[in-house]
Design a protein around this ligand. Structure first.
Ligand code: ADP
Ligand code: ASP
Ligand code: MG
Length: 814
């Protein structure tokens, strides 16, 4: 004999019920007890209809209509026309009774738990009857049985307690005698000794199946649902979750206790004592092995078997000096809660004995506070205990595994993983069996916490980085291309899984929680919604993904002003935009401090020398105890290009024009030629060397005539270059006559920085600097005479993109 239970989704409609029939028809055993739930969603509908009726809201009739329709359509689609009338008339008569019950609730304006159970029982009564008739019509050797005749309970409506002695003997007697091979029954419903309909608690059909399996010593209990087994975490929240092939009763019980809804927690108990195995299988993928639940065979292997979570938790803390050393306080506390039927999901006690903290359901919070405060009124009046308060909107997450007790350091790993991702932990508990470690966190962090922990304990140490990219011009486009090319490599070699979740340019923005395909991001972006920087931020904040990185590929001051809000939400910032780091010192400092405080890296390697590892090298020197004595650098690819090409055979004007056309300068070339851009760069290097310095403190000796500097548009600017050509030629000649080259040099020494054009003699490190290359010389305590030199292409979209990419990888390895 075998018991097969089919859940709400499995029997939601005619199409699904046909799949159920195939599964039952293929079962190899001589007797199959098929326990079914109500058609998916019907239990919720019945409850909401009853609530409407009892609130004397007329619209309950519409809900009732919907319930009727669902059943009638299912019958019409399932049962051949010739056999339909009998089934339809029976179902209609049941629906009439249901209507009368609801009318009663409407007239009295009230619904008792007893009436509620009566009403809600129609879900399973109707589904099981319809399915049995369909099986019969499909030639299965089948009969129907009303579960209420077999499963007997007390009168604790809503979640009745089973009378096992009577139930077991009823089941044994009935199933031994019943001749058919398939018996269809409703789950969840039962009846009290006085004959009233009762229910076993939401999700209780699993329990019905387990009770029967145990009573008749079934060889197997199969739970057929809409997922392929019990997963390492709720698959709806953790995309990378996977089915657990084999798990012990205790582990399954613990996971379901902490919210793995796939199995109703009490289900395990009846079969555990008989050693009957449970298999959880997928009605929509019947071939899939699913999950096998048996006794612990002490298989070594995974220490953490699964992660689950319960939402809607409130934390009550009983604390005060009066608790120390006085025995019985906690006993009284728990008694009060239990007398009020409030179940405690989690308990923690501070080692000081100063406080006890319990997790209860949000629904029970107000009542719990009230009764506990009443019970301890005397102690509270004496100031020995503080009045209890409830902190609501929390959730519990739990790591579960039989072998966890054998491994040290799991809780450390759990909490540091959560901490790194800025998940605030409100309380911690470890089950006495050491089979679980649980933490109470705020509800909004659940998704992030589950995914982070899942990644840590199940995903082969692969770390997922979630990128939000603003700005997809030259650099941004190259950056996205590079990610697309490297994704596979990074995953395999660095265990980094990079996903781009959001992209925005100045016109539109697009989000895809599963990652935007990098092959077609531009089409998606075009079809996106209108850009709104604040909304872009809010979306990221709402998604609350772990390892979120905001990438700024713009040159916008407005965008740079949003960094602080990202960092404050533990969202890292990577930027090639120099504005923030070269703004007022306090702003720069604030961003660096926020990054530290919120554990969110703020990286801007590309602000100096594009992809060259200049800032990172500087940081490493300092971190390892070195001290910067002097920095000398050519940091402007544009200026280097200009002075490498300008000579007595050309005009300065033409070379600047050429540089502008080839993209070597900013659209406004004056930003480069005035030295502003280089000032910003040396400022950033000076700051990263540990100096509090502002841009006004940098000495800038301009080589442009005042008139050129004063122009306000490109046309006037270029005209002024023609006008002063003789001065430029003089500048060239003076250098050339001494065998030197002109280089625009930035310098930092003794807390002072300067920028300006210099004559560089042959043999100097700068002399042979080609094209638009950059060079930096770091003179430090460890490199006092022979500086550390970093040299290479210092401008261009491709290298800048690769510099941003390198910052992303730094965060990945963080
Ligand atoms: P049924 O109606 O078949 O009883 P349920 O909705 O009660 O199905 O349970 C199945 C659902 O449980 C899945 O669709 C999934 O959303 C949820 N679930 C939560 N945690 C887990 C988990 N760890 N493994 C599998 N499913 C889970
Ligand atoms: N139909 C009931 C519910 O939705 C029982 C079950 O499906 O297990 O809670
Ligand atoms: Mg269920």
């Amino acid at each position: 004999m075998k018991v097969l239970k089919f859940g709400g989704t499995s029997v939601a409609n005619a199409k699904n019920i046909a799949l159920v029939k195939n599964i039952v028809a293929n079962s190899q055993v001589n007797k199959n007890i098929v326990v079914v739930s109500a058609l998916g969603g019907v239990t919720d509908l019945l409850l909401s209809t009853a609530t409407l009726a009892s609130a004397q809201d007329n619209t309950y009739k519409n809900s009732l209509k919907e319930i009727e329709e669902r059943h009638l359509i299912t019958i019409k689609e399932l049962i051949p026309v010739l056999q339909q009338s009998k089934v339809l008339s029976k179902v209609k008569s049941e629906l009439n009774t249901l209507e009368t019950l609801l009318e009663g609730a409407y007239l009295i304006g009230e619904i008792t738990p007893k009436l509620s159970d009566k009403i809600v029982s129609y879900g399973e009564l109707l589904s099981s009857y319809i399915i049995s008739e369909y099986f019969i019509a499909e030639q299965l050797n089948c009969s129907y049985k009303d579960s209420r005749e077999l499963i007997k309970t007390n009168s604790n409506f809503g979640k009745a307690i089973v009378d096992f002695a009577t139930t077991n003997s009823n089941c044994k007697e009935f199933f031994t005698a019943v001749p058919e091979q398939v018996i269809v029954m409703g789950g969840f419903i039962a009846s009290s000794t006085s004959g009233d309909s009762t229910t076993l608690g939401r999700g209780g059909s699993d329990y019905t199946a387990a009770i029967i399996a145990s009573a008749i010593d079934a060889e197997l209990l199969e739970i057929w649902t809409d997922v392929s087994g019990m997963y390492t975490a709720n698959p709806r929240i953790v995309k990378q979750a996977m089915p657990i092939p084999h798990i012990s009763y205790e582990e399954a019980m613990e996971l379901s206790h902490f919210g793995a809804k796939v199995l109703y927690p009490p289900t395990i108990q009846p079969v555990l004592s008989k050693g009957i195995s449970i298999v959880i299988k997928n009605t929509f993928d019947a071939e899939n092995e699913g999950t096998l639940i048996t006794k612990n065979k002490n298989e070594l292997g995974k220490t953490v078997r699964g992660i689950s979570h319960v939402e809607h938790i409130a934390l009550l803390s009983l604390e005060g000096p009066g608790m120390v050393g006085i025995p019985g306080i906690s006993k009284r506390f728990f008694e009060v809660l239990s007398q009020a039927n409030i179940s405690v999901v989690l308990i923690t006690q501070a080692s000081s004995e100063h406080s006890i903290c319990v997790g209860v359901s949000d629904n029970d919070a107000i009542k719990a506070v009230q009764i506990v405060n009443e019970a301890f009124e005397y102690e509270i009046s004496l100031g020995k205990i503080k009045p209890v308060i409830a902190e609501e909107d929390l959730a519990i997450i739990a790591l579960v595994g039989d072998n966890m007790k054998r491994h040290q350091g799991l809780s450390g790993k759990m909490f540091s993983t959560l901490g790194k991702n800025n998940v605030n932990i409100r309380a911690i508990a470890q089950g006495a069996s050491e089979r679980n470690i649980s933490a109470v966190i705020v509800k909004d962090d659940v998704k992030k916490a589950l995914n982070t922990l899942h990644e840590e304990f199940f995903e082969d140490n692969t770390k997922q980085l979630n990128l939000f990219v603003m700005g997809v011009g030259n650099v941004g486009t190259k950056f996205l291309n590079q990610i697309q090319q490297q994704r596979k490599f990074l995953k395999e070699n660095l265990k980094l899984n990079i996903r781009v979740i959001g992209i925005s340019n100045s016109r539109t923005m697009v989000f895809d929680e599963d990652g935007i395909s990098l092959k077609s991001w531009d089409e998606k972006l075009k079809a996106g919604e209108k850009t709104d920087k604040q909304k872009f931020f809010e979306n990221i904040q709402k998604l609350n993904y772990r390892n979120s990185i905001f990438v700024d590929n713009t040159a916008s001051a407005e965008v740079s002003e949003t960094y602080a809000s990202y960092l404050k939400n533990s969202i890292s910032v990577v930027t090639c935009n120099k504005i923030a780091c070269s703004s007022e010192y306090n702003n720069y400092k604030n961003l660096k401090d926020l990054a530290r405080k919120y554990n969110a890296p703020f990286l801007f390697e590309t602000n100096v020398g594009a992809g060259l590892p200049i800032i990172d090298t500087l940081k490493n020197l300092i971190a390892s105890g070195d001290k910067i004595l002097k920095i000398q650098a050519v940091l402007s690819g544009s200026l280097n290009f200009l002075f490498n090409n300008f000579n007595d055979q050309s005009t300065f004007h033409d070379i600047v024009k050429q540089a502008q056309e080839q993209g070597y300068t900013e659209p406004d070339p004056k930003i480069d030629l005035s030295g502003i851009d280089v000032m910003r760069k040396i400022l950033i290097l000076a700051r990263e060397s540990g100096n509090k310095i502002d841009i006004e403190e940098i000495t800038n000796t301009p080589f442009l005539p005042e008139e050129s500097l004063a122009t306000t548009n490109n046309e006037d600017f270029f005209a002024s270059l023609i006008k002063y050509e003789a001065d430029f030629q003089k500048m060239f000649k003076e250098a050339n006559d001494t065998g030197s080259k002109l280089k625009y040099v930035a310098q930092y020494e003794d807390g002072k920085a300067s920028v300006g054009l210099q004559h560089i003699p042959k043999g100097h490190d700068f002399y042979n600097l080609e094209g638009s290359d950059n060079i930096v010389l770091f003179y430090t305590e460890r490199y006092p005479n022979q500086p550390m030199i970093i040299k290479g292409a210092g401008a261009g979209a491709e290298v800048t993109a690769s510099g941003i990419f390198a910052d992303i990888i730094r965060i990945g390895n963080f």
